[in-house]
Design a protein around this ligand. Structure first.
Ligand SMILES: [Zn+2]
Ligand SMILES: [Zn+2]
Ligand SMILES: [Zn+2]
Length: 156
């Protein structure tokens, strides 16, 4: 059973309807490692089930989110992007986004554990590091000549 089928099974367990739109969204997200905004999800869902109404797919993405089958990440700029939830993929990660080229990269889920622990201890604040992408400059953009401040932020 792949992650999309696991999502369908989960819908059934939850007593939720397995609609063509929900099935298509699960399939789209299961078959990509990319970070898709809702427009991307709509375009790819349309290849799987042509003619689905945009609103229907939007709502499917939303509902799957509310049911905990799909998660989203907020980049500092640009639209929200979607993933299947860790419960379906068995994998979690955090995100960094390059402010020059806009590329989003996956980084290890435990990257900010110490920061989160320290914050919780000292202020009681509970960090959710997976909800927003961290902003910076990727290696490619940082290495590029004439890339402005790129040299300054290159690791020593
Ligand atoms: Zn959010
Ligand atoms: Zn970049
Ligand atoms: Zn990701």
């Amino acid at each position: 059973m792949d992650a999309a089928e696991a999502g369908v099974a989960r819908l059934r367990v939850l007593g939720e309807r397995v609609t063509p739109a929900r099935r298509a969204v699960l399939r789209v997200l299961a078959e990509t490692a990319d970070h898709l905004c809702v427009e991307d999800v709509l375009a790819r869902a349309d290849l799987i089930v042509p003619g689905l109404h945009r609103t229907t797919v939007y709502r499917a993405v939303e509902t799957l989110g509310e049911l905990g089958l799909v998660t989203h990440v907020h980049p500092a700029h640009g639209p929200v992007v979607y993933h299947l939830a860790a419960g379906l993929t068995g994998e979690t990660h955090l995100h960094v986004r390059c402010r020059r080229c806009g590329a989003i990269q996956d980084v290890p889920a435990d990257l900010l554990d110490e920061v989160a622990d320290r914050l919780a201890r000292t202020t009681g604040f509970q960090l959710q590091p997976d909800h927003a992408a961290l902003t910076g400059v990727c290696r490619t953009c940082g290495d590029r000549p004439n890339a402005g401040t790129g040299a300054a932020i290159r690791p020593a």
